[in-house]
Design a protein around this ligand. Structure first.
Ligand code: GRF
Length: 196
């Protein structure tokens, strides 16, 4: 029988990557919880429509206390895999330790180029001809951990931040469900995720 991995998706925004994970309906990935730091995150409505439990853990205090509350929520639910999908808060050391090798993030550039929250506009401003998407494990440094997958996206003449981000997101929606499924498979079988 296929082994199922209890998965939480963390969102702050519209949640189109969450939607891609919902639509993929990978039998290895049980979408058990959607957690947001914002009450107005569009991802919460997507989760509710899909019948997934939601929780809001609002930012407050410092990073360590916020991380402690988030980790507590995830451990209480028996979460095994944490998928960051446009989650705009940086989780502290406690999260990386509690879910070592089991927190994954998607970033709209080819890391290590253009880390940070303005990756698409930074790539455009720099004049690169190719940017892309990176899926990586989360460590204690922002947009930094071991890379699981990358895919290039060309920058075309006349691109705006919006048009480029739209093409990047189309790749994200295809890539993220595949890599999350593969990672769940590795977790279910107790194997290392690095070298997917
Ligand atoms: C994505 O572009 C992702 O790469 C970045 O945040 C964005 C989230 O978009 N980390 P959405 O909320 O999934 O639509």
């Amino acid at each position: 029988m296929e082994q199922v991995v209890r998965t939480a998706v963390l969102v702050s925004g519209s949640g189109t990557n969450l939607q891609a994970l919902i639509d993929a309906a990978d039998p290895r990935v049980e979408l058990d919880l959607v957690l947001s730091d914002r009450f107005d995150a569009g991802g919460l409505a997507r989760a509710i429509s899909a019948g997934i439990d939601t929780v809001v853990e609002a930012w407050g205090g410092d990073r360590d206390s916020f991380t402690e509350r988030v980790v507590g929520r995830l451990l209480d639910r028996g979460i095994e895999l944490v998928v960051l999908a446009g989650f705009m808060r940086i989780l502290g050391k406690e999260a990386v330790e509690a879910f070592s090798g089991r927190i994954v993030n998607i970033h709209p550039s080819l890391l290590p180029s253009f880390p940070g929250s303005n990756a698409v506009s930074a790539a455009l401003a720099h004049g690169v001809k190719v940017t892309g998407v990176t899926v990586h494990l989360v460590d204690e440094i922002v947009d930094h951990g071991p890379i699981l997958a990358q895919e290039a996206v060309p920058v075309v003449d006349g691109d705006s931040v919006e048009s480029l981000h739209k093409r990047i997101q189309a790749v994200e929606h295809r890539l993220y469900p595949r890599v999350v499924g593969e990672l769940a498979d590795r977790i279910a079988h107790g194997r290392s995720a690095v070298g997917l």
